[in-house]
Ligand binder design. Sequence first.
Ligand SMILES: [Zn+2]
Length: 289
Amino acid sequence: MGKILRYITDDGLVSVTAIEGTDIVAEAKRIFGTTPVMTLALGRLLMGTAIMGDMLKEENGSITVRMNGGGQGGSLIAVSDFKGNPRGYAQVPGLLIMPDDNGQLDITGAVGSSGTFSVVKDFGAGEPYIGQIPIVKGNVSEDITAYYAVSEQIPTVVLLGVIFDKIWNFSRAGGLFIQLLPAADEREIEIIEKNLKEQPKIEAMLENGLSMEEICQKVMTGFNLELLSEDEVSYKCNCSLERVKRSLMTLDKGEIIKMANEEESIEVCCHFCDKKYNLSSQELLDLIK
Ligand SMILES: [Zn+2]
């Protein structure tokens, strides 16, 4: 089980939201058979979107983050409910990009850096909020930072780590957002920047087995953190036969009749969890009524 931890500094100036994302990323890898570079890209997007979902204040809200960067991995999408339970999808989960000589995976090559990063916040009622910025980096973390700076004017540090063992088996994932609240000023920024320079990278801390609590304490050295909440989260799809039928109903009538005439039954596969739904030709025809 993953979890999301929310902290605020005791002076009320900085918030920190962290996710233990190992089980979420492992589940995505299991469903899609992602290669290391795509486990990294989709894993970061799932964790980032989960934190963004958890930040929604609206009960029953959801958030959808799409990256169309023109990279070799195609488009990436992640959706989270308001509790921070994500699901996601990448167009080319099996993309093979070898690590470079320094053992780095080319996430920007997979995601692409010339396209759009878009966010749709569905509040459960009324018009959704839609924000879109050009992709700045294609590494997910810095794109989320840019999104918050441009679209929401919230200074945000985004650290998202997905790590592998020596033979590139996925081993652990975790991440956190640091956000400055409106009354914060230069002093807080200086301390955080100093910590980011002096403390180990999130990947190293994950590798060394530090808990997300310990990692938050380290990156927030010099502040006192108060835990506001701790919630269990997991990779969660909300598909159902009913939803599959509703999406089929958006197809052209002629298209549905054609399918019903050609096949005894059709199989519809959920993009997000690979669950398969079978509909008989009669069920297809019933949709038209
Ligand atoms: Zn599903």
